[in-house]
Design a protein around this ligand. Structure first.
Ligand code: NZQ
Ligand code: ZN
Length: 389
């Protein structure tokens, strides 16, 4: 493919970013959202860090009647989606407020769409290939950044019966509130895995097709450099609000569509990680950290010029005295070193995954993406996963 595709870019999510943005904006944003709000959150972090009380205060002040939807787990399940949809229908909910990270936001996107349809949404999307046209309106208060889930209508849901973790399409949030201070209570391990997820989203877009460099790629390079620099700063000093803010906005940039303009994205590493998640419930950013370098060593020769450019532009490696291949490999080495430096795992063993039977099942059920520079087979994916151990 040699030409940038035609595109239409429209942005549906109103983003309010920065210190105190919940206090400054939430009440007003809720004004025209009806009377009954579903307040959705995870396993309880929002109750410990005060965000729950703050939001409840705003909802009360806005005269809303509140229905709670608690306990949305990391890697949200399809059963949890159905529980939420039932709550929305039974309580005639007018608006869904998702308060959390990618898991809570994703779950709510599909709750919002399922509540408006009598058809099972999994069947609708994966059997009939039809996608929701209406949903209960929702908004997001982001408490963990990295996924950029607040910026799009894709949602990654684990169907435990089918053993599949898949991308469904659901609601767009009408608004997203991003206060970097909301992430201060997040354990550092999650901050780091979230930031790596952002880096991964950029790489998965950057290494997709087109082969020649376009504006989207150059913006991606800037976002990647930014994530690497700010994650280094934050691992040294978790209180650095500047670095936290940069990472939160970089996360949003990774998934607001701008980097994808004109590109066919890759996302092969994501597909592998998602299926690994379906079988092991592993942490998303950690799974990606293990998979990326091993996958890239398998495929770089099919996109060698781009991998060489990645080494220079993202990692600052001098091309002097190196062949293109040496340069490309030096970039992948730099990525591996960075993963170790920030304390992310580099093997599946470190995250407790060693069972070859599981890896085989993951490989056999993993989607093969069209945007990856090498079209992999299930056998190759199995080999890559075994190397990850
Ligand atoms: O459940 P609680 O108690 O809130 O604890 C959560 C959870 O245990 C905790 N947490 C969140 N905010 C906190 C906090 N703890 C203390 N203080 C806070 N302020 O963090 C833990 C992880 O939360 P989770 O939402 O699971 O993390 P993340 O944001 O990384 O989301 C991961 C999910 O998003 C999907 C992943 O596959 C995974 O299911 N993704 C969604 C994407 C999208 N929609 O665009 C793109 C991504 O590639 C990704 O696949
Ligand atoms: Zn991701």
């Amino acid at each position: 493919m040699n030409r940038m595709d035609n595109f239409v870019y429209e942005y549906l999510v109103r983003v309010c970013f920065g210190k105190d943005c919940v206090r400054q904006h939430l009440r007003q944003l809720l004004e025209c959202c009806g009377e009954t709000v579903l307040l959705a959150y995870g396993g309880g972090s929002v109750r410990k860090n005060g965000i729950y009380d703050q939001i409840m205060g705003e909802l009360k002040a806005a005269d809303k009647s509140v229905v709670e939807f608690a306990g949305i787990m990391p890697n949200p399940t399809y059963a949890k989606v159905q529980e939420g949809a039932t709550l929305v229908r039974e309580n005639h909910v007018d608006f869904i407020l998702a308060v959390g990270g990618g898991s809570v936001i994703d779950c709510c996107k599909i709750v919002a769409a399922q509540a408006k349809s009598s058809q099972d949404i999994w069947e609708m999307e994966f059997t009939d290939h039809r996608y929701p046209q209406e949903w209960v309106p929702m908004g997001a208060v982001v408490t963990a950044s990295g996924t950029g889930a607040e910026m799009n209508n894709g949602a990654v849901i684990t169907n435990e019966d089918k053993k599949v973790k898949a991308d469904l399409l659901g609601a767009y949030a009408d608004f997203a509130l991003l206060d970097p201070a909301s992430t201060l209570s997040l354990p550092m391990g999650q901050v780091i895995s979230g930031a790596f997820d952002t880096l991964s989203h950029c790489m998965e877009t950057y290494f997709g097709k087109l082969d020649h460099v376009i504006l989207s790629d150059e913006i991606s390079e800037a976002v990647m450099r930014n994530v690497i620099r700010n994650l280094r700063i934050l691992t040294e000093n978790p209180q650095d609000m500047e670095a936290r803010s940069e990472l939160m906005w970089a996360s949003a940039m990774g998934e607001n569509g701008i980097l994808k303009i004109g590109k066919v994205t890759d996302f092969q590493a994501h597909q592998m990680e998602h299926q690994l998640g379906a079988y092991t419930d592993c942490n998303h950013g950690q799974g990606l950290a293990v998979i990326h370098p091993v996958l890239y060593r398998h495929i770089y020769e099919n996109n060698i010029g781009r991998f060489a450019r990645f080494a220079c532009e993202v990692w600052g490696i001098s091309p002097k005295g190196k062949t293109e291949q040496e340069l490309a490999l030096a970039g992948i080495d730099a990525l591996t070193d960075f993963i170790k430096e920030v304390g992310l795992p580099t093997t599946l063993t470190e995250i407790g995954i060693t069972d070859e039977g599981i890896l085989k099942a993951v490989a056999d059920t993993c989607n093969i993406t069209a945007g990856c520079c090498k079209k992999l087979t299930c056998d190759e994916i199995f080999e890559i996963l075994k190397e990850c151990v």
